[in-house]
Design a binder for this molecule. Structure first.
Ligand code: FAD
Length: 397
């Protein structure tokens, strides 16, 4: 593949955030190169693959080829065994991420972005204290390529931000350590995802069962980083599986970290911006970051193209991206972060109460608003905690 000597924008990483960023930047007139260190976008998969329809539909035409299962029920399991089903028709999907990520990347390329795989970015180029491109390793050789704007979409272990001097570290309690097996030979309820809560099951996190077919599922666990030193997530998960599915086969194992913080304080500097997991644009309550990364990417890509049109790549101009992101989701993420802080230290009796509240809401009336209303009736203290979380985050805006 013949690359140009210089691009307007280089996107490091072709995950959901990187591909959507590249697509929107290219679609709006920028010359864009995506550099991806793996052989193909989307491989290896390190994800439970659950998304909401409304999170992804604005960015890609829904295609059965990358949907493993459609979801319209979520079942919450409390520590005392109470379970409550929340119905929401056509709410979401379990993806085949190796195909989904590739499809997103194809969309970016159809809109004019270029992609080079097996290109491991190993550093930034600087000219007179200004970022002017990247260095990457490709088949054992080091190459340099210049650009006006570098976009770090290099995931949870992002190095691009650090190279630019941005503080990307988060507190241990804001990282969930996750382990997941794909299990085959188990019976799953079609259209239903299951979540198990409890301090003896998954302290500071939860266990999920996301069906991939009639008899296979992604079964995983996330445990808050500071609560996993005595007993690791794999031990918790193995215990759960031995108890719940003693005879099933584990076919694929995934380990990884998920950040559950608010967005990083700083996500832009002169000639650089961060997007997706690299910027910690993740739902702190669930750890889900696919849709969030895509939404952030759509904003980042448009701002990048505008920077190219106007020739302004300084931090002051790029802050537009931050502003738009905060308006769209950043503030909500902050509120959710406060709520997570509350939920993380919730006793098992609280989980039991919430499940009972959910159980009492009739199927046809279920909505988050209904859950809130019932929560006030059933447990004013819980509502006060949540309301406080909202107020605190609003005051801090
Ligand atoms: C166990 C687990 C389960 C999860 N389950 C869900 C879920 O069900 N739903 C959900 O929404 N989210 C889930 N997540 C989170 C989700 O996977 C991420 O939020 C999402 O992938 C973020 O997208 P991204 O594009 O920012 O980063 P990524 O998808 O991580 O993409 C980053 C890309 O950058 C590339 N890269 C990194 N460094 C370099 C480099 N130096 N040079 C070139 N390329 C580089 C990587 O190879 C990768 O392709 C889960 C995460 C884990 C660990």
């Amino acid at each position: 593949m013949m690359l140009k000597d210089k691009y307007d924008v280089i996107v490091v990483g072709a995950g959901p955030a990187g591909s959507v960023t590249a697509r929107f930047a290219a679609e709006n007139g920028a010359s864009v190169l995506m550099l991806e260190r793996d052989r193909e976008p989307g491989i290896p998969v390190r994800c439970a693959e659950g998304v909401s329809h409304e999170g992804i539909a604005p960015f890609i035409e829904i295609d059965e080829s990358w949907i493993a299962a459609k979801i319209d029920v979520a079942c919450l399991h409390a520590p005392d065994g109470t379970n409550a089903k929340m119905y929401n028709n056509g709410a979401g999907y379990i993806l085949e991420r190796r195909l989904f990520d590739k499809a997103l990347c194809d969309v970016a390329c159809r809109h004019g972005a270029e992609l080079l795989t097996k290109a491991d970015v190993i550093g930034l180029l600087w000219e007179k204290d200004k970022i002017s491109g990247v260095k990457y390793r490709y088949f054992g050789k080091i190459h340099e390529i210049r650009c006006d704007l570098v976009i770090g979409a290099d995931g949870v272990e992002s190095r691009v931000g650090r190279w630019a001097g941005i503080k990307t570290a988060v507190r241990l309690e804001d990282i969930d350590t996750c382990v997941q097996y794909t299990l085959s030979g188990l019976k799953v309820e079609e259209g239903c995802v299951d979540f198990y809560f409890g301090n003896d099951i998954a302290p500071g996190g939860y266990i999920w069962i996301f069906p991939k077919s009639k008899n296979s599922a992604n079964v995983g666990i996330g445990v808050a980083g500071h609560l996993s030193h005595k007993k690791g997530p794999q031990e918790y998960l193995n215990e759960f599986i031995e108890k719940t599915y003693p005879d099933v086969k584990k076919t694929y194992t995934v380990c990884g970290g998920v950040t559950t913080s608010a967005t990083l304080k700083e996500i832009v500097r002169d000639n650089i911006l961060l997007v997706g997991d690299a910027a910690r644009q993740v739902n702190p309550l669930t750890g889900g970051g696919i849709a969030q990364g895509m939404i952030a990417g759509s904003i980042a890509g448009k701002v990048a193209a505008e920077a190219v049109r106007t020739g302004k790549f300084d931090k002051k101009f790029l802050k537009k991206y931050r502003k738009e992101w905060d308006k769209r989701l950043g503030r909500t993420q902050k509120t959710m972060f406060k709520m997570k802080e509350k939920f993380m230290f919730m006793g098992d009796d609280r989980f039991n109460k919430i499940a009972k509240i959910c159980k009492n809401i009739p199927k046809e009336k279920f909505s988050l608003k209904a859950l809130f209303t019932e929560a006030v009736k059933g447990d004013p203290k819980l509502m006060a905690d949540v309301a406080k979380a909202f107020v605190v985050s609003k005051l801090k805006k």
